[in-house]
Design a protein around this ligand. Structure first.
Ligand SMILES: Cc1cc2nc3c(=O)[nH]c(=O)nc-3n(C[C@H](O)[C@H](O)[C@H](O)COP(=O)(O)OP(=O)(O)OC[C@H]3O[C@@H](n4cnc5c(N)ncnc54)[C@H](O)[C@@H]3O)c2cc1C
Length: 345
């Protein structure tokens, strides 16, 4: 185990469900043994983001000093803010766009995630049909279009982020989950997709884990990326397109100014006609938005590069992203240099 990814400080995330006080029950003996095994396995691991820790990470651009104006002020330099700023300039190259990031672009969830770029807007067809029923064909079509357009943007700029359209393999690790795979295949069929349904031998021919009992491989609906490089590439595309980016410029307040808005930072202000708030799970600038915000904690670990024999033992020649069917599911993928990223929601 070489490096792991954690969340870090400032801007501080809102307290979420994970910050609730514990139940007061102590761990049992099984939990203690598992904890000791985990501690052994993690010895030598570094609590840093593997993706963000790259030698060619871009140097930060200047913070905002003084007063400026913009047609559109974007707050937050994660994927939400970066795509918004880039699309705004693509649609109207004369529009003056400023992006304000409290730390550095891609520093937060966008630069430290699993890198699964999924077409599904609903976390899979079963959840989508349950919640959105008749709207699912439209949601499905828009999700596929979205992934195709992300792929086209990555190719057009071009952004070197290891974009691999490997698809995603959903695996059953319990007998009762097998019926769920069949059901998901049927629902995908209703949407015009033909995912590959695999029995135990079939799934183990893809990724040879003794815990796999079956699988469903959506061969086109997911791409894998290096998320930090995607964020840095979008940052470069924004700068080239004329977006004015200021890093280390946290917005501390937003207020009305006639028909427009004023966004304040510690060393400057932006007067803007419109603003887009892309601040992710962090404290929202408009208090009323906090009612719509539920931070979800998600963790990833990165192994060392696998040896040739370790790799041969598990196969994985199609390099798919993989995820199990647990409610708090596990997901895993390969990196360009042959590590495995493990994630748990
Ligand atoms: C460990 C982990 C694994 C994940 N895996 C996946 C995955 O495989 N696939 C997937 O689709 N999603 C995954 N996610 C979720 C995904 O990363 C997020 O949904 C996504 O990155 C959110 O992007 P964002 O731009 O909305 O927010 P963020 O990336 O959090 O960006 C918000 C930005 O706003 C800035 N900011 C906040 N407040 C202010 C302020 N007041 N002024 C200026 N700047 C401010 C922050 O510094 C930050 O840079 C994962 C998340 C985690 C944590």
């Amino acid at each position: 185990m070489s490096r792991s990814s954690t969340r870090s400080s400032a801007p501080e995330p809102e307290a979420g469900p994970g910050s609730a006080p514990g139940s007061g029950r102590g761990p049992g003996p099984g939990a203690a043994a598992a904890g000791a095994a985990a501690a052994r396995a993690l010895r030598g691991a570094r609590p840093a983001s593997f993706w963000l820790d790259q030698p060619d990470a871009p140097a930060p651009v200047a913070r905002l000093h003084g007063e400026t104006t913009a047609a559109l002020a974007v707050v937050g330099g994660g994927f939400t803010g970066l795509w918004t700023a880039l699309l705004a300039r693509e649609r109207d190259p004369s529009r003056d766009v400023v992006l304000l990031e409290g730390r550095t672009v891609g520093w937060a969830a966008s630069g430290r995630n699993g890198g699964f770029c999924s077409a599904s807007l609903t976390h899979g067809p079963a959840n989508g049909f349950d919640r959105f029923g008749p709207e699912m064909p439209a949601l499905h079509r828009l999700g596929r279009q979205n992934l195709d357009e992300i792929a086209a943007t990555v190719a057009r700029y071009p952004i070197d982020c290891g974009f691999e359209r490997t698809g995603e393999l959903t695996v059953a690790t319990r007998d009762w989950q097998l019926a769920g795979l069949g059901h998901a295949a049927d629902l995908a069929g209703r949407l015009g997709e033909r995912p590959v349904l695999l029995d135990a031998a079939g799934v183990r021919a893809e990724i040879d884990s003794p815990s796999y009992l079956g699988g469903l491989w959506d061969t086109r609906g997911c791409a894998l990326v290096d998320p930090a490089r995607l964020a840095w590439g979008l940052r470069r595309a924004c700068l080239d397109a004329g977006v004015r980016i200021h890093e280390h410029s946290p917005v501390t307040g937003i207020s009305r100014d006639g028909p427009g808005l004023v966004l304040a930072t510690p060393h400057g202000r932006v007067r803007a006609a419109q603003a887009c708030l892309g601040t992710g799970a962090y404290r929202p600038l408009l208090r009323r938005l906090s009612h719509y915000l539920v931070p979800v904690y998600d963790y990833v670990l990165m192994t060392e590069p696998l040896s040739a024999s370790q790799r041969a033992a598990i196969g994985w020649r199609h390099r798919q992203g993989a995820a199990d069917l647990g409610n708090q599911f596990h997901y895993y993928r390969l990196t360009a240099d042959g590590r495995i990223l493990w994630g748990r929601l």
